[in-house]
Design a protein. Structure first.
Lengths: 282, 323
C-alpha cells in the first residue's frame, strides 16, 4: 500500500483486529474440544468453576476411556480402509478419463468435462433414498462396502476436473516425441504423463481422503449398526449412550479426528481452490 | 478452460455435445478415428460408473416420487402427483421448505459479508499468516459432523459456555438461561450460525484466490489519485471481486441447501420441526420412516435450486472461456 504512514498504521491495526476476531470465532470450538478432552469430569460439570481454564489438574481419563472402552479405534480404521479403497477407485476412473478429455476427445472434451463436473453438484440427499435400495439389493447394507461403492460418485467427478487442469499444462510435444520413439498413445500416457503428474495425483489422493472423512449422509443411511461404522458417524451418533453425552471422550474423539486432516489439507490448499474457482480465476 | 478460441457456441455443454457429429467429420479422418477409440475406452469406465451411481438413482428418485414405493414393497404403480399432494398438505413439509430457504439465505449472507471482510484483511502477507490460515480453515477441513458436535457441547442446555459468560456478565438470568437448541427461534438461529461458521473458511479461500488475480496496480493507482482507503475498497476492490464472490455463493448455496448434517446433529430437526429442512425431512420420512415415495418426493424439491445454480455456473464458465 502506498498510503501515508498514518493511514497505513490505521489500516494495519484494523486488519490485525479483524484477523484476530475471526480467528477466535472460527477456531474457538477446537480450543473447546482441547480443554474439554483433558478436564476432570468434576471440573467439567461444576458451574461455579471458570470453564475456560483447568480448575483441577488435567487428566487423561477421557482419552483412555475413548481408546479402551469404545469402538473409536475401529471406526478410525474403517474410515482409513474406505479412504484407501475409494482413493484407488477414484484414481483408476479419473486418470484415464481426465487424459481422454484433455487430449483425445477433440474440442468437445472440455465441455464434456464441465458436464462431468456438474454431476459433482448432484447432492447425496437427492440420491440416498434410491441408493439405499440399490445398496440393500446388492447385499451391501451395514458394511463399509456400501461406502466404497458409492463414495467415488462425488470424488471422481471433482478429481477428473482437477486432473484435467494438470494435464493441460503438460506440453503436447513431450508426448509426440515419446510416440515418435515408439510408444503408443496409451503407453505415453502410462509411462510419461502419469509419472510427471505425480503432484496432481497426490492432490487427488488428499482431496479424496478429506472428502471421505467429511461424508456423513451416506454412512448414516447405509450403515445402521455401530460396529461397521466410520468415524465421522460413529463419534456423533454412537458415542452417545441413550441420552447421556460423555463430553470428555466425545470432544477427545472430535479433536483426534479433525487436527490431522486439517494439517494435511493445509499443505494442499491452493490446488483445491484452483479446482473450485471453475476458470473464474486464472 | 480457455482451450479453444476458434469457435464459441453461446450455449452450455449439452448444445456443444449435440454438435459433435459435424465437428468429428471436420477432423482429418485417420487421426480422429485412431484418437477417438482410445479416448472412448479411457473415458468409458468413469462415464459408466457415473451413470450407474448418479444417473440411475437420479431417475429412480423421480420414479419413486411418482409411484407408491415403500420398503419391502414389490412392483411399481404410477400414482401421478399423489405423493406431492399429500406432502404439500403436511405442515412439517411446508415448514421444512420455508426453513430450507431461510437457512440457506441467512447463512450465505453471513458467509459473504464475513468472508469478504476476512479475505480483504488476509490478502497481504504478514508474519504468522500460515498459522492464522490453519486456524481459520479448521471449521471447513474438520469433518462437519465433528464440528457440529463441538457446537452441541458449546450450546448445551446446562453447561453452555456461552451462557456461563452471559451469566457472569449479568446479561441473562442464571435461573432461566437461553436454551439455544430448545427454543424454536433460537434453535434456527443456532443452526444458521453454525452453518455460516462451517462455510466461512471455504468462501474466504475462494475470495483470496480471486483477490490474488486482481492486479495490485489498480487499487494502488486509485489511492495515489487521492481515493481514500474506504473509497478504494468499495468502489474499486470489491466491485472487482464480484465474479469470484459469485463462485463462492453458488457453491455455498449448494452446500447449504442440500446438506442436513448440521441440523441433524444439533437438533434432529426439532424442537417440533422448527429447524427441519428438506434434506433432513427426506431422511426422516424416506430412510427412518420407510416411506421411500414421500421421501423421494421431498428430495425432488431440491432440484429446481440445483438446476438454477448449475445454469449460473455454466454461464460463468462460458464467460471465463470467452475472455
Amino acid at each position: 500500500m502506498l498510503a501515508s504512514p498514518t493511514r497505513n498504521w490505521g489500516a494495519t491495526s484494523l486488519r490485525a483486529a479483524t484477523v484476530v476476531v475471526f480467528s477466535v470465532l472460527l477456531a474457538f470450538p477446537f480450543y473447546w474440544m482441547l480443554i474439554t478432552t483433558f478436564k476432570k469430569t468434576q471440573d467439567l460439570y461444576n458451574l461455579d468453576n471458570n470453564p475456560f481454564i483447568f480448575n483441577m489438574k488435567p487428566t487423561l481419563t477421557h482419552l483412555k476411556y475413548l481408546i479402551d472402552q469404545t469402538d473409536f479405534v475401529r471406526w478410525g480404521l474403517n474410515t482409513l480402509t474406505v479412504g484407501i479403497l475409494v482413493t484407488i477407485i477414484t484414481l483408476l476412473l479419473a486418470l484415464p478419463a481426465a487424459y481422454a478429455l484433455t487430449r483425445l476427445t477433440g474440442r468437445w472434451g472440455p465441455r464434456l468435462g464441465v458436464g462431468i463436473f456438474l454431476t459433482y453438484l448432484v447432492p447425496p440427499t437427492l440420491l440416498f433414498i434410491p441408493l439405499s435400495r440399490i445398496v440393500a439389493n446388492l447385499g451391501l447394507q451395514n458394511t463399509i462396502w456400501s461406502l466404497v461403492v458409492t463414495y467415488p460418485s462425488f470424488t471422481a467427478p471433482f478429481s477428473i476436473w482437477l486432473l484435467m487442469g494438470f494435464f493441460k499444462t503438460i506440453p503436447r510435444d513431450l508426448e509426440d516425441a515419446a510416440m515418435v520413439d515408439g510408444l503408443t498413445r496409451f503407453g505415453a500416457f502410462l509411462k510419461l504423463v502419469v509419472p510427471i503428474s505425480i503432484s496432481g495425483i497426490l492432490t487427488v489422493v488428499i482431496f479424496t481422503f478429506t472428502l471421505v472423512t467429511q461424508e456423513f449422509v451416506y454412512a448414516l443411511t447405509f450403515i445402521s449398526g455401530d460396529k461397521n461404522q466410520v468415524v465421522q458417524v460413529g463419534v456423533p451418533i454412537f458415542l452417545v449412550r441413550g441420552d447421556v453425552y460423555y463430553w470428555g471422550s466425545l470432544m477427545a474423539a472430535c479433536l483426534i479426528t479433525s487436527v490431522p486432516i486439517a494439517i494435511v489439507y493445509n499443505l494442499f490448499l491452493d490446488r483445491f481452490v484452483a479446482g473450485f474457482t471453475v476458470g473464474a480465476v486464472k | 478452460m480457455a482451450v479453444n478460441t476458434a469457435r464459441k457456441p453461446r450455449m452450455g455443454p449439452e448444445i456443444a455435445i449435440a454438435q459433435v457429429p459435424t465437428e468429428v467429420v471436420a477432423f482429418p479422418v485417420a487421426r480422429s478415428r485412431h484418437f477417438n477409440w482410445l479416448g472412448v475406452a479411457m473415458l468409458a469406465p468413469a462415464v459408466l460408473y457415473i451413470v450407474a451411481i448418479i444417473g440411475v438413482p437420479l431417475v429412480l428418485a423421480f420414479l419413486y416420487a411418482f409411484g407408491n414405493v415403500r420398503v419391502g414393497s414389490v412392483g411399481y404403480q404410477f400414482v401421478g402427483l399423489e405423493n406431492f399432494r399429500s406432502i404439500l398438505q403436511s405442515p412439517a413439509f411446508r415448514q421444512a421448505l420455508a426453513n430450507s430457504f431461510l437457512f440457506t439465505i441467512c447463512s450465505q449472507i453471513l458467509v459473504i459479508v464475513g468472508s469478504t471482510i476476512l479475505a480483504l484483511a488476509l490478502k497481504d502477507k504478514f508474519r504468522g499468516r500460515g498459522f492464522i490460515r490453519f486456524l481459520i480453515l479448521l471449521p471447513w477441513v474438520a469433518p462437519i459432523s465433528v464440528g457440529a458436535i463441538g457446537w452441541k457441547w458449546i450450546l448445551d442446555s446446562l453447561y453452555s459456555v456461552i451462557n456461563w459468560v452471559l451469566i457472569a456478565m449479568h446479561l441473562v438470568n442464571p435461573f432461566t438461561p437461553p436454551m439455544w437448541l430448545g427454543e424454536s427461534s433460537l434453535a434456527m438461529i443456532s443452526v444458521i450460525l453454525v452453518q455460516a461458521w462451517r462455510l466461512l473458511p471455504f468462501s474466504t479461500v475462494i475470495l483470496l484466490a480471486g483477490l490474488s488475480a486482481i492486479p495490485k496496480e489498480i487499487p494502488e493507482a486509485a489511492e495515489v489519485d487521492g481515493a481514500g482507503f474506504w473509497r478504494t475498497m468499495f468502489q474499486i476492490t470489491i466491485p472487482m471481486m464480484v465474479p469470484i464472490i459469485n463462485v463462492a455463493v453458488l457453491f455455498g448455496v449448494i452446500f447449504s441447501f442440500t446438506d442436513m448434517t448440521v441440523v441433524y446433529i444439533l437438533t434432529r430437526g426439532g424442537p417440533y420441526d422448527a429447524t427441519q429442512v428438506l434434506p433432513s425431512l427426506a431422511f426422516f420420512t424416506g430412510v427412518l420412516g420407510n416411506d421411500l415415495a414421500a421421501g423421494a418426493a421431498i428430495s425432488l424439491f431440491l432440484v429446481p435450486v440445483l438446476v438454477v445454480v448449475a445454469i449460473l455456473m455454466l454461464r460463468m464458465a462460458q464467460r471465463a472461456e470467452v475472455t
